[in-house]
Write a protein that binds this ligand. Structure first.
Ligand code: GLN
Length: 500
């Protein structure tokens, strides 16, 4: 296998079997990053030296060492996940220069499984956003059209995998931040069940919603990364004490005859024509594959966005209180004459946080304040239960619920930058999986008229990622969209696009 055609984990394994070394594989991907990331800007930080040293150590293990499931597989890690010795900034000024003294549990486990961290990827500041534009390092571009956003908040990770700069990557998903950029970049993104993957070492945004999950080109690759990092962790009290099923088997045994529920009523309004058309085609493909498709009702789905935008900012306002200029990272410089503690807090947070993060802190502080707590936060928690009840009722009849991942495809950089409400509404189909804790995956399912990717979202039963992976693998077999790499000219009006 030519190193220049490496794309998936299976390709990396084949190359190593053919005699390539882990250093060869790592050098190939680092070379792609060096050549392309100046334009794409998927990475905040490239870890060439430590990656090559790690690959060389793997090569020294010798032919008799036990096989590792991710041996020599380069992985890109979102910059809000702690990596020992590598900068971890969450794309925020307030964490400029922060180098964690420890690895997140996921990084520790993936490294133990043979993966090689090649860099830290760009994201919206503290994962608050849907475009990767709220980043102190500037936006990442969509590999399908550099004038468009890659989605967010894990936009750097999604763009890196779509552009073949790394076979797999990690993101975090609080309201859609893995699935939405996966959809916008035409790749697979999986949010595991809440508690399936340890959050130890993830810079917290909203602790009852955050989950780390994988990006890959294929369902099998997402499954392999999930397998290597899932499972209980004594360092995260919210990690679930549930045995990890064989995720690889889920992806290796396509489930061709599932029953799938589609909530047609909530798809009637506000979905772009290109997304609706690709979704309808995907539903036909599911039927062709052998699935039974039924209508399901999710009567409280319309409250997912308002509920999410109470719960997430409330938890964020509490989590972000720790960035006070005292213990680590940024502290605003003060003249000695006006250097009071209050002023230090004030200026550090004023200069260290960007506008979107400040907006969330204010919204959250308001929702939690005495006198408003019952009306907002408590009410939101009650609605969460109603949304979960809808899904539990649906899962009595179906194996998974399907809908588009997003109401639109990728839009142009800057187009929505001044309109937070329009961005919030874009979370309409993703937020409920976080509010309910349920696992959900976005699969590439076609293109709109401009040639931009569309995502198909499948939501499953709690702790049953295997069913999602099995249905995903069967769909991918039926509709292998991942094989087409990003085409230059997607996103342009048809008559201006170069002939492919
Ligand atoms: N777009 C959502 C937000 O801005 C989701 C973010 C996320 O999942 N981290 O909050």
């Amino acid at each position: 296998m030519e190193l220049s055609s490496l794309a998936t984990i299976a390709d990396v394994r084949a190359a190593l079997r053919d005699g390539a070394t882990a250093v060869d594989v790592c050098t190939e991907f680092l070379g792609r990053i060096a050549a392309r990331d100046g334009d794409l800007r998927a990475f905040n930080h490239t870890a060439a030296e430590p990656a090559l040293a790690r690959a060389a150590a793997l090569d020294r293990r010798g032919p008799d060492a036990p096989d590792l499931p991710l041996l020599g597989v380069p992985i890109a890690v979102k910059d809000n996940i702690c990596t020992r010795g590598l900068p971890t900034t969450a794309s925020s000024r307030i964490l400029a220069g922060y180098v964690p003294p420890y690895d997140a549990t996921v990084v520790e486990r993936l490294t133990a499984a043979g993966a090689v961290v090649v860099g830290k990827t760009n994201c919206d500041e503290f994962a608050m956003g849907s475009t990767t534009e709220h980043s102190v390092t500037g936006p990442t571009r969509n590999p399908w059209d550099p004038a468009c956003v890659p989605g967010g908040s894990s936009g750097g990770s999604a763009a890196a995998v779509a552009a073949r700069l790394a076979p797999v990557a990690l993101g975090s998903d609080t309201g859609g931040s893995i699935r939405q950029p996966a959809a916008f970049c035409g790749i697979v993104g999986l949010k595991p069940t809440y508690g399936r993957v340890s959050r130890y070492g993830l810079l917290a945004f909203a602790s009852s919603l955050d989950q780390i999950g994988p990006f890959g080109l294929t369902v099998a690759d997402a499954a392999a990364v999930l397998q290597a990092m899932a499972g209980p962790d004594p360092r995260d009290a919210t990690s679930a004490d549930a045995a990890v099923p064989d995720c690889g088997a889920g992806a290796a045994e396509p489930m061709r005859r599932p029953t799938i529920g589609v909530p047609w009523a909530i798809l009637e309004n506000g979905v772009d024509a290109g997304v609706a058309a690709a979704f309808a085609t995907a539903v036909d493909a599911l039927k062709d594959m052998g699935a039974t498709v039924v209508d399901v009702a999710l009567p409280h789905a319309e409250y997912a966005v308002p509920t999410y935008y109470i719960v997430a900012p409330a938890e964020a306002s509490s989590n972000l209180a720790r960035y006070d200029g005292v213990r680590y990272a940024y502290r605003a410089p003060l003249d000695e004459k006006d250097a009071t503690l209050d002023r230090m807090y004030d200026r550090t947070r004023r200069d260290g946080f960007g506008d979107e993060v400040k907006r969330r802190i204010m919204l959250g502080t308001y929702a939690l304040s005495a006198g408003y707590y019952d009306a907002y936060y408590l009410k939101a928690q009650q609605v969460r239960t109603l949304i979960r009840d809808d899904y539990d009722a649906a899962f009595e009849r179906v194996d998974a619920v399907a809908m588009p991942t997003t109401p639109t495809t990728a839009f142009r950089l800057g187009e929505r930058a001044d309109d937070p409400l329009q961005l919030y509404v874009g979370d309409v189909f993703t937020a409920s999986a976080n509010l309910t804790g349920l696992p959900a995956v976005s699969l590439p399912c076609g293109r709109d008229d401009a040639g931009l990717p569309v995502g198909l979202q499948l939501i499953g039963r709690a702790f049953d990622e295997v069913t999602l992976l099995g249905i995903g693998a069967a769909y991918e077999e039926q509709a292998p969209w991942w094989r087409e790499p990003p085409t230059a000219g997607a996103g342009m009006p048809r008559d201006e696009a170069p002939a492919s």
